[in-house]
Write a protein that binds this ligand. Sequence first.
Ligand code: BDR
Ligand code: CA
Length: 399
Amino acid sequence: MEEVKRCGLMRRERYNATDEVRLKTRLDPLLSRRMFCGRMCRATREGLGCLKMHSWIAVLLAGYLAWGQAPAAGPPRRIILDTDPGIDDAMAVLLALRSRELKVEAITTVAGNVPVELGTENARKLADLAGRSDVIIAKGASRPLQRMLSTAEAIHGENGLGGVALPPPRIGLDKRHAVEVIHDLVEAHPGQITLVPVGPLTNIAMALLQYPELAGKVREIILMGGSVGAGNATPAAEANIYHDAEAARVVFESGIPILMVDLTACAQARLTRADAARLRESADPVAQFVAAIAEPYLKFAERFGPGGAAIHDALAVGIAIDPLIAKTVKRVHVDIETRGEFTYGATVTNQGLTTERTERRGDRYTIVDFPKVPANAGYPSVVDGERFVRLFLGRMQGN
Ligand code: BDR
Ligand code: CA
């Protein structure tokens, strides 16, 4: 009962966008409670106006069917790209800004690969490079919901762009916090916004916790994160989920249809040295920049073996542009591990969509049933890597 009241409080007391710290102070006790998932489901249900489960499944299925079809020549998909630039983030930003299939409503930034101040500066520089002074750029969360920030300069370089310099940013920064921008855009275009988070999910979770009704108004989430196989931050966890697992849990329990572009999908779409060489030969400054930032990124990837580098974040954007890149989408249920000593941040994926139900029989439990588990996400189990790389190289060269 108390939990329901707290959710009500969350909805009534809208937070001041500039006061991230105050918001987090309010969220922390909620997040640390044991009944966290139940509460989120309830909050989401209320936000959805008690949308019935079967309607939810219909929405999810419609989303997956759409992912399996040829790119429609309809209006561009409205996206908010939430990012922590980052080398592959930079590639994702440039791909999105150069693709007419997408209407980039905003680029929101989050702390992850680098601190949010630097990531925001990078996002602004990238928008300048793409000649897109029209795009909204808003700074978001400066640290994960509950944990201390951990950054990845060892992979992305001290400046987040592999040490490659860009001119100081000219494009302005939106005055609103990223959470407010997400809220305002989703409210302005209910049912039309695709969120494309390619960093830790802090901003998205904060938006959903602060405005639970948003869950019913977001069209879908195409995120880069998670792994149905091994992790990269730890043996169990992929970096974006690992760096804010509490936030990821909020997002995966939100009821929004999710396409999880995970590490196993990304491994099927690699940029090679030959691809980078083609970009270097181009006269296009974007292509040359991408070739330059690809160099340290490829070098890092080659530590783990030949065959090029998975440009993770760009793949999520690529699928938003051309859904046929995801040749097969498997419907699954994903739970986010937030307590495991060795498994914190794992995307625990139920592929069979069933579980065992046991009952006590004397001194033991025994299986009595195999109930179905509803899907809350899909992942691209088969990716057309060639199609993606062709699209990416073309767009970087201005085609
Ligand atoms: C993800 O982690 C970050 O380092 C990359 O930018 C990408 O979003 C890959 O695990
Ligand atoms: Ca990223």
